[in-house]
Write a new protein. Structure first.
Length: 132
């Protein structure tokens, strides 16, 4: 499995000007990817995101995680500086032929998305017994 982005360096949105609360931004969630003998696992930090505002799309060999992270309600005030604002996010992964696309599962708890991408049976390690 290859990722569309460099997993070693999370991207950051460009800094916003002070006192410009309407400026939109897009970020990439920070992820961990690891492989076990039977699956590839992806964990993505998505603070402020609930399952209803999360999208996971699979087309051909690309899986895209996208959505919108909320922010605290600040309509009553006009903040001059805020580090936590609503943001769209997106992260793409290129899946190899070893992933069983029909068996992918996703769980979201407390801002942590856990995806399990099972490997096809032919890709799983196995021992071959030698008869003698």
């Amino acid at each position: 499995m290859r990722t569309e982005t460099n997993l070693n360096r999370p991207s950051r949105a460009e800094p916003e000007d002070k006192c410009s609360p309407n400026r939109a931004r897009t970020t990439k969630p920070v992820v961990n990817v690891y492989r076990t003998s039977d699956a590839v696992h992806i964990e993505a930090e998505l603070p402020g995101v609930d399952a209803a505002s999360l999208g996971i799309d699979l087309e051909n060999e690309t899986m895209v995680i996208s959505g919108k992270a909320g922010a605290p309600d600040t309509e009553a005030a006009n903040p001059c500086y805020a580090e936590w604002k609503p943001a769209d996010f997106q992260r793409s992964f290129r899946l190899g032929s070893s992933v069983d696309r029909d068996q992918i599962t996703a769980d979201m708890k407390q801002g942590l998305l856990k995806l399990t991408l099972p490997l096809k049976e032919i890709e799983k390690p196995r021992k071959i017994q030698v008869n003698g």
